[in-house]
Design a protein around this ligand. Structure first.
Ligand SMILES: C[S@@+](CC[C@H](N)C(=O)[O-])C[C@H]1O[C@@H](n2cnc3c(N)ncnc32)[C@H](O)[C@@H]1O
Length: 429
């Protein structure tokens, strides 16, 4: 079978699986209709996720094979234009200018934005080809299922806004930053720094501009609202029940504690201390008067200083380490050492980057896009298995990395190490 035909066959076979999953849940087929249901979350299942990933990867390969090598280079290059219409849509607030249940003319839209009608029409027609909005009749524009998300979901609107207003300018300066600062791993020597004419890191730049900071935090919320970041993966992805009685867990950089709170509700015998910067801890809402809340405490702590909570069973970092290059990530781990009892576990929830070609094209692409963003904004990195091992080894040989795994359907994996001073018995692998 030619590669075209075998890809097409795999697409067909997996579309059959997807349709059966949808039918079993009584979901209508996917559609761009403005009133279309969110089929993906309504019909979520292991089979559906697997087949969807296969189809997304196979359709892309089929698509690219048919474009061919020369035109593919042109298409790659032309991507530089892709974000112009998205930026215009965000900057002019176009989703909000079009009523959800009405079409309006390009002339009317252009007048309300103060731009030429032909420019509005050209930008929107470009966006329409990327599935944002529709042109139900010549000269008129209306919402579809995708633009409706921009209208109604503030987090997703902020996600696109951060992409086009904060990250895109940073992306265009990322290679300039590499040339200027060469092998720097400092968070204030990045494309983001250059794009903002700053000498500070993204954290300081955003802290000085509260509206941008808020928008960035909101856009991160769009990530964590994705089912692949659900707390459920943490609950089910680690053998919490195998911990000793009344185990203690310190969640470092734990924000408002959504993960430990979910764990405390589920596992009645575990105690949690959530640490974050004072500004974050001061904004934690009061906990309800329930049993689980008596096992959850908050504490201000800067993780670049010595860990004050001694002898905990687990020191847990979720979505922290990827923000730091190895030199700084090693500092975070070193600050734990005075607090560690033999056998204490370090549990990290972060990407375990797949080795090239070991997962679907779709999965690998999603992971590598996040990794490139780390170069662009922080000079930090996502890590493959060997790089996690390397991080522990360079920090202190008494950290023994035990295992790394990514639960099915989860974006973040678990990386587990144990503190094993020389004189203690080795822990079973
Ligand atoms: C990407 S968020 C992850 C939050 C949480 N662990 C989660 O998975 O949802 C990073 C967290 O690290 C906190 N953080 C940043 N710098 C810190 C520092 N020096 N000390 C303690 N926490 C810090 C931030 O306030 C933020 O809550």
């Amino acid at each position: 079978m030619s590669s075209l035909r075998s890809l097409a066959q795999s697409i067909l076979d997996n579309v059959d699986v997807i349709e059966s999953c949808l039918e079993a849940k009584g979901c209508p087929p996917p559609s761009w209709d403005v009133n279309a249901q969110d089929w993906l979350s309504n019909a979520d299942s292991r089979d559906l996720r697997k087949s969807r990933e296969t189809v997304l990867s196979a359709t892309k390969e089929l698509h690219d094979l048919l474009i061919g090598p020369r035109e593919l280079i042109q298409v790659m290059g032309e991507h530089h234009n892709d974000l112009i219409s998205s930026q215009a849509i965000i900057r002019y607030g176009i989703a909000n200018r079009i009523p959800i249940d009405k079409k309006i003319s390009y002339a009317e839209l252009a007048a309300s934005c103060g731009i030429h009608e032909h420019v509005a029409q050209r930008l929107l027609r470009h966006a329409i080809l990327r599935r944002l909005f529709i042109e139900p009749q010549p000269g008129m524009v209306a919402h579809n299922a995708v633009s409706r998300v921009l209208l109604e979901d503030e987090q997703m609107r902020d996600f696109l806004a951060v992409s086009v207003e904060d990250l895109w300018p940073a992306a265009t300066k990322t290679v300039d930053a590499l040339q200027k600062w060469q092998k720097s791993d400092l968070p204030h020597e990045t494309g983001f720094t250059l794009a903002n004419n700053s000498t500070s890191s993204i954290y300081h730049v955003l802290a000085a501009e509260p509206n941008r900071g808020m928008r960035f935090a909101n856009s991160m919320g769009a990530y964590s609202a994705n089912p692949t970041y659900s707390a459920d993966h943490v609950l089910k992805g680690y053998p919490w029940r195998s911990l000793p009685p009344a185990a203690s867990i310190v969640d470092i950089g734990g924000s408002h504690g959504s993960i430990p709170i979910a764990l405390a509700k589920e596992f009645g015998d575990i105690n949690f201390i959530i640490q974050d910067l004072p500004m974050i801890i001061e904004s934690v809402p009061a906990l309800p008067d329930e049993e689980w809340a008596s096992r959850v405490k908050f504490m201000s702590h800067d993780f670049f200083t010595e860990q004050p909570v001694k002898d905990a069973d687990i020191y847990y970092f979720r979505w922290i380490m990827h923000g730091y290059a190895d030199s700084n990530a090693a500092q975070l781990l070193k600050h734990l050492i005075p607090a560690l009892k033999p056998g204490a576990r370090i549990l990290i929830n972060d990407y375990v980057l797949p080795e090239p070609g070991t997962v679907s094209w779709w999965s690998e692409t999603r992971a590598r896009v996040v990794d490139i963003t780390q170069i662009e904004i922080l000079n930090s990195r996502e890590r493959e298995l060997g790089e996690w091992k390397g991080l522990f080894a360079m920090t202190d040989p008494r950290f023994k990395m035990l295992n790394a795994w990514t639960p099915e359907g989860s974006a973040l994996g678990f990386i587990e190490a144990v503190w094993q001073p020389e004189e203690t018995k080795p822990v079973d692998m």
